[in-house]
Design a protein around this ligand. Structure first.
Ligand code: DON
Length: 585
């Protein structure tokens, strides 16, 4: 039986039709304070805005802005809220990257990627015959990396935050405590994962009904254990998570269920502040992440190659342009597989990979009328984990001062390892899956076995996440990023070039059809919106095509070329909401 939508759900669904002023009172204990925020998919962002996958979290972030909080304050509140309202990817039990650009142009990359536990070995997921155990690499405690999210948010807050930490955690805690009504996208997400979630008692208790069926649209999702966990984080800060009661609970549960995670793994976890990676493209500066994500490197290397072509002359979404995107991505992904890994463990040759000489030599091999088979480029690679159908989530924020945050964080697959740590409400990641889990074995199906990303104790697994900020003439131009595993940099490349090559508005850039080429499998993924004649022309150039309903979910803020104003554009491929204060302080 599907419960009838409640009045609140009906109200929220209005966001797709018209801007909606929401009164967010009772915030931070200020029971008498009235804060008004607008929630929609498209909004003026000059006075600050939050754009993410889910409206409650967007509203919570915008409420922080409305109370005078800055972009990082809003990011902390939004990230904690998404752990409650978008549990397939929003998280406390995973990790990610937060890119911050201050209004004065100073940029900082907060790396809160998970690390391998101290007991992890390169062959952790191999069976006696040397093949990867497909279950142990995805489910249960073995693929759980040491979570970085709480440390990362705390590090960003310590450096840039202006509002008290507790005030930023409290709205998520309250939402977990009071519950909220499941909407259609969340119901779909729970339904898709229900069979695997049902194997974990704790996950079943929270996300399934007593009869074992998944919570559906209109049901109330209350997460009492998660609320108690958030209350500890609210009161005690990250220590509660890494050294206190929460750490104890996670490790006790891991030990009783075959995990290798220890108290010392958690206690020694650190978020790292890194210098962002920068690239120049068509007179703009693209700011993105360095390793341990490959996202920024793949993005900038692809842009460097494109700089010698004329995508604008080819037209956005033309077969000739999409072919070029595929070809530059294919080459960047080869360098990713060959070279990139955690910078504390391998030396990433970024200067060479992102230099003009390298771009020129890659460019010289690109035939505008013909796909280069990946085997020709990657003879040494012996043909590169099949892409997991997973989830990650990205949000973009600007505040009224012009500070910006691009944050992408993940549990790796949707719902991570499909386990909730007993007594904590925390969904745990299966990020170990992002290591090259079968050393030496790369395949044409897409498995990568190269050395730089092999498992080692304390090492961060290579990511593809790519939170990105673009500036021109010292002015903020674009804040974006996306989920999508290895297709993430491809999605970001589409959004960035739609703006920089084709002059599209943030909305049109987000709507533009996306393609992805990851070297192996040797095929070009195209969104279903790519027209038949364009596909035929791509096939005629030698591309094997795979149609995907959608690629990524790029919640974006950028300058509208028509007005010169910053606007927020929620990606509507899944759900997506932008929110902004009505009366910013
Ligand atoms: O860090 C990474 O690149 C992956 N763990 C991200 C996984 C992902 O985006 C799955 N997607 N939709």
């Amino acid at each position: 039986m599907t419960p009838r939508p409640s009045p609140t759900r009906a109200l929220l669904s209005l966001r797709l039709l018209a801007p909606l002023a929401v009164v967010a009172a009772l915030f931070g204990g200020c029971a008498t304070e009235t804060i008004r925020v607008v929630v929609d998919t498209d909004l003026d962002a000059e006075a600050g805005a939050v754009v993410c996958v889910e409206p409650h979290a967007a509203r919570i972030g915008a409420t922080v802005l409305a109370r005078g909080g800055n972009a990082v304050d809003a990011a902390v509140a939004t990230a904690f809220a998404l752990a409650v309202t978008w549990p397939e990817a929003g998280n406390l039990g995973g990790g990610g990257f937060l890119l911050h650009r201050a209004a004065d142009g100073d940029a900082t990359f907060v790396d809160y990627r998970e690390t391998a536990p101290a007991a992890a070995t390169p062959d952790l997921f191999l069976r006696p015959d040397g093949t990867v155990d497909p279950i142990r690499v995805r489910l249960g405690y073995l693929p759980v990396g040491v979570p970085g999210t709480v440390a990362g948010l705390a590090a960003a807050h310590q450096r840039f935050g202006s509002r008290p930490w507790a005030e930023l955690v409290a709205p998520a805690r309250r939402l977990a405590e009071d519950g909220f009504l499941v909407d259609a996208p969340l119901a779909e997400s729970i339904a898709r994962a229900a069979a695997e979630l049902s194997r974990c008692d704790e996950a079943s208790r929270v996300f399934l009904r007593p009869d074992g069926t998944p919570l559906g649209a209109g049901d109330r999702l209350v997460q009492s254990d998660l609320a108690a966990t958030l209350a500890l984080v609210e009161e005690e800060g990250p220590r509660a998570f890494y050294e206190g009661e929460i750490a104890r609970r996670i490790v006790d549960d891991a030990s009783s269920r075959g995990g290798i995670l220890t108290r010392s793994d958690l206690a020694s976890y650190r978020a790292v502040l890194r210098e962002p990676l920068r690239g120049e493209y068509r007179g703009a500066t693209v700011i993105a992440g360095p390793p341990p994500t490959s996202g920024g490197c793949v993005l900038v290397e692809s842009l460097n190659q494109l700089e010698g072509f004329d995508p604008a002359g080819l037209g956005v979404g033309s077969a000739a342009e999409l072919h070029l995107l595929g070809e530059v991505l294919r080459r960047s992904f080869l360098d990713r597989a060959r070279w990139l890994g955690d910078p504390e463990f391998v030396s990433n040759p970024l200067e060479r990979l992102l230099g003009e000489a390298h771009a020129a030599s890659l460019r010289a091999g690109i035939d505008p009328s013909r796909a280069t088979p990946s085997d020709v480029l990657a003879a040494d690679l012996d043909g590169t984990l099949p892409p997991a159908e997973g989830s990650t989530t990205h949000f973009s924020i600007v505040d009224r001062h012009g500070n910006a945050v691009a944050n992408t964080y993940t549990l790796e697959e949707s719902w991570g390892a499909k386990i909730v740590a007993r007594g904590t409400g925390i969904v745990l990641n299966n990020e170990m899956h992002d290591f090259n889990v079968q050393p030496g074995r790369s395949t044409r199906a897409g498995r990568i076995g190269t050395a730089p990303n092999e498992i080692a104790p304390g090492k961060r697994m290579l990511s593809s996440m790519c939170p990105t900020i673009v500036e021109r003439d010292g002015r903020l131009l674009l804040v974006t990023g996306s989920p999508g595993g290895r297709s993430i940099p491809s999605t970001v490349l589409r959004v960035v070039t739609a703006v920089l090559d084709h002059g599209l508005s943030p909305r049109d850039a987000v709507e533009s059809s996306r393609v992805h080429h990851g070297l192996y499998p040797d095929r070009l993924d195209v969104e279903a919106t790519v027209p038949p004649e364009v596909r035929a022309s791509l096939a005629a150039r030698g591309h094997a095509l795979r149609e995907r309903d959608r690629q990524g979910d790029a919640h974006t803020i950028g300058v509208d070329p028509a007005t010169g104003r910053l606007v927020a554009a929620a990606d509507r491929r899944r759900s997506g909401a932008a929110a902004r204060p009505v009366d910013p302080r």
